[in-house]
Structure formats: structure tokens, C-alpha cells
Design a protein around this ligand. Structure first.
Ligand code: CA
Ligand code: CA
Ligand code: CA
Length: 223
């Protein structure tokens, strides 16, 4: 499935970025305390809670749905890209999905032209819904900050030597995707982009997007 492949590719890219960021700031680094991790997780939450009402809802993370006609400026593109990366690693689920069933939105057992054209978006929405459900422990339909940071309850388990921080070795043992997303967000926030750097980033992302679009087209033609 293309979505899944895209996700894995972006996760790999981001993991590399995280590791590089860790390496470059290695001097005197002792690890992440629970406090620091909470701050990072909160900053991810804030970035995704677009209307700042204290909970994340589907419409805030499914922003492909309402493709605006208005062209985005560079700042908006960068922000959108950051949010997209965070959404992909926070809300994506590995659950098996019956693509046909999800795509058949009127449930008549076949896929019409409209349903086919919207298949990608239907699947994406469905996956994000599952992601919200998996975090929404009080089942009120949205993810509040406490639910969002629930993974940090594993801190004591992660801190296997019990020194109160998650060190490099301990980080390698943690498979929780949300933990790594929090860390990555810290890196993204530190890199305060402005002027030329931002422009270059945008150009590079556009280039990569065009490249992956080209690859997807080639794959389709090969089919
Ligand atoms: Ca909200
Ligand atoms: Ca909730
Ligand atoms: Ca530790």
C-alpha cells in the first residue's frame, strides 16, 4: 500500500535526522528527564491542537481533506509539513485495513468512480480515526493532553538504570513511536528557520515531493 510505504520512508528519514541531531549535540549530554519529555510532548500537542481548545480532533489532523484553494506562503508550508510529519508518526496505526471496505463509502459493495478517486483520502481519514481512537481513553472523540502524553507513564520502565534520565543506550531500547516523535519535535523547534534557510528547506521539500510524485507515477505506469 502506497500510504504505508510513504510512511515507512518518512519515518526512516526522520529517524536519521534524529540520530544526527543527537550526535551533533553529544557533548555533555546526560539524557532526557521526565520533565523535559513532558515539555516536548506538550509542544507536539500544542502544534497539533490548531484551534487551541485543549483537545485534538480529527479535523485538526486530517488536513488533506480541506485542500484550500488559497496558495500557502513559505511559513505555512513549513508549518504544515511539520504538522504532517508529527501526525504521521503519532497517529498512524499498523492495524490491518480492508481498503475496499473503507473506500466503498456508500457501502453498496462496489467502488464507483468517485469512491475510487477519493480512495487515498478515505483510507487516510480512516487510519487517523483509528489513531485517535487508540489514544482517546475516555472515549469522548478527541485526544486531550493527558491522553496524548500517556506514553510517558512508561518512563520508569524506560529508565532501566533508574538514574532519572533516559540516556542514549536506553533510548535505543525504546520502540514507542510517540517517544521518538517528542524527541524529534525538540530538534525541529530548535532549528529556528528564517530567511534563506527556510527558503532552501521549502525548495528542498518541493523537490522531494516532486520526486516522490514522479516515482509514484512511474509505478502506476509499470502496473
Ligand atoms: Ca483542538
Ligand atoms: Ca479523550
Ligand atoms: Ca536512565
Amino acid at each position: 500500500m502506497k500510504q504505508a510505504v510513504l510512511f515507512i520512508v518518512s519515518l526512516l528519514l526522520l529517524t536519521t535526522v534524529t540520530l544526527q541531531a543527537q550526535r551533533s549535540s553529544s557533548d555533555g549530554w546526560t539524557g532526557f528527564s521526565l520533565n523535559q519529555l513532558e515539555t516536548m510532548s506538550n509542544s507536539v500537542f500544542t502544534l497539533l491542537d490548531a484551534d487551541e481548545n485543549g483537545s485534538i480532533t480529527l479535523d485538526e489532523i486530517d488536513f488533506f481533506k480541506e485542500e484550500s484553494e488559497e496558495p500557502l506562503n513559505e511559513e505555512e508550508i513549513v508549518l504544515r509539513q511539520r504538522r504532517l510529519n508529527l501526525v504521521n508518526s503519532y497517529f498512524w496505526t499498523e492495524e490491518e485495513i480492508d481498503t475496499f471496505k473503507v473506500g466503498d463509502t456508500n457501502g453498496d459493495g462496489s467502488m464507483n468512480r468517485d469512491e475510487y478517486d477519493n480512495l487515498e483520502s478515505s483510507v487516510r481519514t480512516h487510519v487517523l480515526k483509528l489513531g485517535i481512537e487508540s489514544l482517546d481513553t475516555d472515549k469522548n472523540g478527541s485526544v486531550e493532553s493527558k491522553e496524548f502524553s500517556a506514553h510517558l507513564e512508561n518512563f520508569d520502565e524506560w529508565d532501566s538504570d533508574g538514574d532519572g534520565t533516559i540516556g542514549r543506550e536506553e533510548m535505543r531500547e525504546i520502540s514507542d513511536r510517540r517517544f521518538h516523535t517528542d524527541i524529534r519535535r525538540r530538534w525541529a523547534a530548535r532549528e529556528d528557520l528564517s530567511g534563506e534557510a527556510r527558503r532552501r528547506l521549502v525548495v528542498e521539500r518541493e523537490r522531494r515531493a516532486a520526486e516522490s510524485e514522479r516515482r509514484a507515477t512511474t509505478e502506476r505506469e509499470d502496473d
